[in-house]
Design a protein around this ligand. Structure first.
Ligand code: BTN
Length: 247
């Protein structure tokens, strides 16, 4: 990817800054990293808590020659990359909640947000936003998020070197991206299935068409989550949001 880094102390959202860089002709592989975001964005219009010096708040510009309808495969690829690096570096039990949240001990530690532009159903560029809560302390987590989110520090009890994590992550992203561009989605799918936490447990999937109750049993070759609902009907879902019925 030939990394080019734009490092800023504070920004509204690294996604917005990355989009401005794209307009100015930024190349594939350009990364925007901020110490702090004041308007960090999450999926589905949510806010993303991004306080100073505690996380990896980054946006990576990619320009893959793939159809727009394959974009969710990139999301899955990125979640696999982050998950593998966290496992390898910290030896923690982290898994992927479909489509792309990383969970440790039932709480979210990383979120991924892809924003793209396309022309004639082909992608022009993708801005892949990755937010990892790294050195946030328990007392720094807002009360309303305490049940839902955690940080790597809270889970491991150790301060984590963010530079080291970033370097490993970028290397992993680069490797998986090359594999994806040369071999397609099949190898990524195998890695994703091995890291998924929602396979074969009861889930609810919220989609544009409504909510499906059932069990996810795998991912198809295109990257759709395969679900059997309570009546035994099969569904293939490309995008949505999952609630795990964790008891
Ligand atoms: C989600 O789980 O809802 C996605 C969260 C994505 C957060 C990252 S942090 C870096 C980048 N800039 C943003 O404003 N959002 C993404």
């Amino acid at each position: 990817l030939g990394i080019k880094i734009k490092y800023v102390q504070e920004v509204g959202s690294t996604q917005t800054l990355a989009a401005e860089l794209v307009k100015k002709g930024a190349e594939e592989g350009t990364v925007v990293i901020a110490e702090q975001q004041t308007e960090g964005r999450g999926r589905l219009g949510r806010k993303w808590f991004s306080p100073a010096g505690t996380g990896i708040w980054m946006s990576l510009i990619l320009k893959p020659q793939i159809p727009l309808q394959f974009i969710h495969q990139l999301t899955l690829l990125i979640s696999v990359a982050v998950c593998r690096v966290l496992k390898r570096m910290l030896n923690i039990d982290v898994g992927i909640k479909w489509p792309n949240d990383l969970y440790v001990g039932g709480k979210k530690v990383c979120g991924i947000l892809l924003e793209s532009s396309a022309e004639d159903e082909r992608l022009k560029h993708v801005i892949a936003g990755i937010g990892i809560s790294v050195n946030l302390k328990q007392e720094d987590i807002p009360e309303e998020l305490k049940d839902k989110m955690t940080s790597l520090y809270v889970e491991t009890g150790e301060q984590i070197n963010r530079e080291e994590l970033f370097v490993l992550l970028f290397k992993e992203l680069e490797e998986l991206y090359h594999i994806y561009l040369s071999e397609g989605f099949a190898p990524i799918r195998i890695l994703w299935e091995a890291l998924a936490i929602c396979l074969d447990c009861p889930i609810q999937v919220h989609t544009h068409q409504g909510t499906i109750q059932g069990r996810a049993y795998g991912m198809d070759e295109m990257g759709a989550l395969m679900i059997t609902d309570e009546e035994g009907n099969e569904h293939k879902i490309y995008s949505g949001d999952v609630s795990l019925n964790l008891v």
